[in-house]
Design a protein around this ligand. Structure first.
Ligand SMILES: [Zn+2]
Length: 155
């Protein structure tokens, strides 16, 4: 296989062997997290409590998030179909993509301190970014022990 070739069957997640603990005792950070978590759907995110402090089920879905962000403007059914075929579970898709208007968020925090723009499906069935103007400057750094990132780039 040529080095630059990216197979369409390439997995959108990686296995991780280590779990990192969140060392902050900043109560504000914890409160903010819980407040945001309440906005998430119980049906789509049954394990949301496990998102802070360790990676969910030993999987790193960073490749999925980058994949989704690259698909903005494209038909959601095709994007979801391709993503599903390359995932072990589709739950992480909905950490970024809001299917209902009340679930839309400008900025989504994955794990301890990895931020991504929130996405949604518009009335034409296209995947869109909730706030196209959002940048790393909008990330609020809530502790010193974690490297806060926006789409993988430290802020
Ligand atoms: Zn921290």
């Amino acid at each position: 296989m040529r080095a630059h070739h990216i197979s369409s069957t390439q997995k959108l997640y990686r296995s991780v062997n280590t779990t990192t603990r969140h060392r902050s005792n900043n109560p504000g950070a914890q409160y903010r997290w819980k407040r945001n978590a309440k906005k998430l759907s119980h049906e789509l995110l049954p394990q949301r409590e496990s998102m802070h402090g360790k990676q969910s089920r030993g999987r790193d879905y960073t490749p999925l998030f980058h994949f989704l962000l690259k698909q903005t403007g494209l038909p959601w059914d095709k994007v979801f179909s391709e993503a599903s075929a390359r995932l072990d579970t589709t739950d992480p898709v909905f950490w970024l993509v809001a299917l209902h208007e009340h679930q839309r968020r400008d900025l989504v925090c994955i794990g301890e301190s990895s931020f991504y723009p929130g996405l949604f499906v518009d009335e034409n069935g296209l995947l869109q970014q909730v706030d196209p103007a959002i940048t790393g400057k909008d990330v609020e750094v809530t502790c010193r022990c974690c490297t806060h990132t926006f789409i993988g780039v430290p802020v």
